[in-house]
Design a protein around this ligand. Sequence first.
Ligand code: J2J
Length: 538
Amino acid sequence: QPLTLDGVVPYPSKTVAEYLAKGYWHDQTLPELLFATAELYPDKLAVIDRDTRLSYRQLTDEVLRLAAGLQDLGLGRGDRVVVHLPNTYEYIAFLFALWEIGVIPVVAPIAHRRAEIEHFIEIAEARTYITVASDSGTDLAALAADLKGRWAHLEHAVILDRRGGGAEYDALLSKGSLEHVRRCSPQDVALLQMSGGTTGVPKLMPHTHHTYGYALRRSVGERGITERTVHLLVMPICHSISTRSPGFLGAFSVGATIVIAPNGSPDVAFPLIEKHRANRVTLVPPILLAWLNSSLRDAYDLSSMQVVMCGGAKLSEEVARRVEPELSLELSQSFGMGEGLVVSNPPDIDRETSVRYQGRPASEADEIRVIDDEGNDVPPGAPGHLLTRGPSVIRGYYRNPEQNALAFTSDGFYRTGDIVERDERGFIRVVGRSKDQINRGGEKIAPEELENAFLAHGGVHNASVIGVDDEVLGERIKAYLIPRSPEHVADLTLSKLRQFLQERGLATFKLPDFVEVVDEFPYTAVGKVSKRLQRERK
Ligand code: J2J
């Protein structure tokens, strides 16, 4: 029996039946996917992380022990647990162990801080918070201790050592081992994942075993991932790029190996490629640019690397053109979103398409509409708003009817907020954005969240936050501030404001790159702050 989780918009039963009948959704949970592969390839390496190398058999053994430990904490089907870990194999073990006992992980990037974590614990009524002792100088153990007293539902905190493992992890592993049986339904919510922000507080996306299973199978099929793939995972591990596009789940569906890197910078990634003969990687554009321009390229043997997948933000054509000649790598662009849809360029596509387009849907079930401001479909080649619906796309955010009314049509299409052009063949190019969001090298920032934080500053009368063009990151964050009074101007410097926002518990990647104090904002005819004019004036 599927679990009903309050605050989740269900798929119409007709759609469920159709997706199952047509084979888009399989009768398989995510742990079942891992266990099936482990039967086929018990001794193949599943994951390499620092000095840890786990075969599929070892990984599944560890998952079942961890599941026993988590069950011993009193966790069970439908409970929510916030998982806030850096790129480590323990993250993967926790996810499978939680799924194994039917618990729903709420996954948070390690860059998140107090403000985001509090929000997730509260909205999901989480029973446990799993994190590391510290990250980049922030004491997360202290944060956990502080948070634990705040809500009756938050019963446990599990604190790993700074880079994973540690006594609390070992204690969870010491409770024996569960037997692998189905404890949840593939139709259940598998995880709650943060969406790229457009609103004052981050929204959570409920993905089921069905939606994730579909997405990872498409991604693996499209991009030729096989048991011979050695995928270097460098992007934040909880992002859907690292999880299901194709990510570790895609890799585990075919018996491939995942090599985990803490990040994608050349000095970290290149030695790992050489050491483990990695042949695939997924990068965001600024990291790809760093690889292209790195003086370390000659210092390491990168000859095993075959395909670089790039997505998350617009890749400029000039940079795209450099990849194959300079890195001797196949470039596979992709365009996707946590809400579901991912398109990518097939491997055999011509060079011009692979450079200029981000891809096309892998299946007719991935429904696409490109419409004008009035809601009419536009002809091929014309720009329009992208709407999408399908077996990978959620039908609404978790516990958020207000945003759902705006972001989803009544017949279940997600309004992506992206402006795209689709050619006669169905290939998509991203040409702009209608949503109020900043894409800083693949990190998504909601201006409204920052504006709200600025408004809590005693010296700020009003705030408007925009993205300004940047050669490397695509965009950077600029805040225009109107001071309460002339005496306050001295407090509104970039460094003081960054410190203020950090103390409010905001993740570092959301802090502004530039601040400008102004007397007034430009307004539109209807009296709203005109971000378009601000961008033009900057
Ligand atoms: C321009 N904008 C892009 C691209 C994403 C695979 C790939 C990416 C994501 C992702 C993902 C872009 N060119 N190539 O989850 O599984 C912008 C769009 C989009 C938003 C979604 C995956 N690729 N974008 O980036 O949820 O604006 O997912 O709507 O983080 O990133 O961001 P996110």
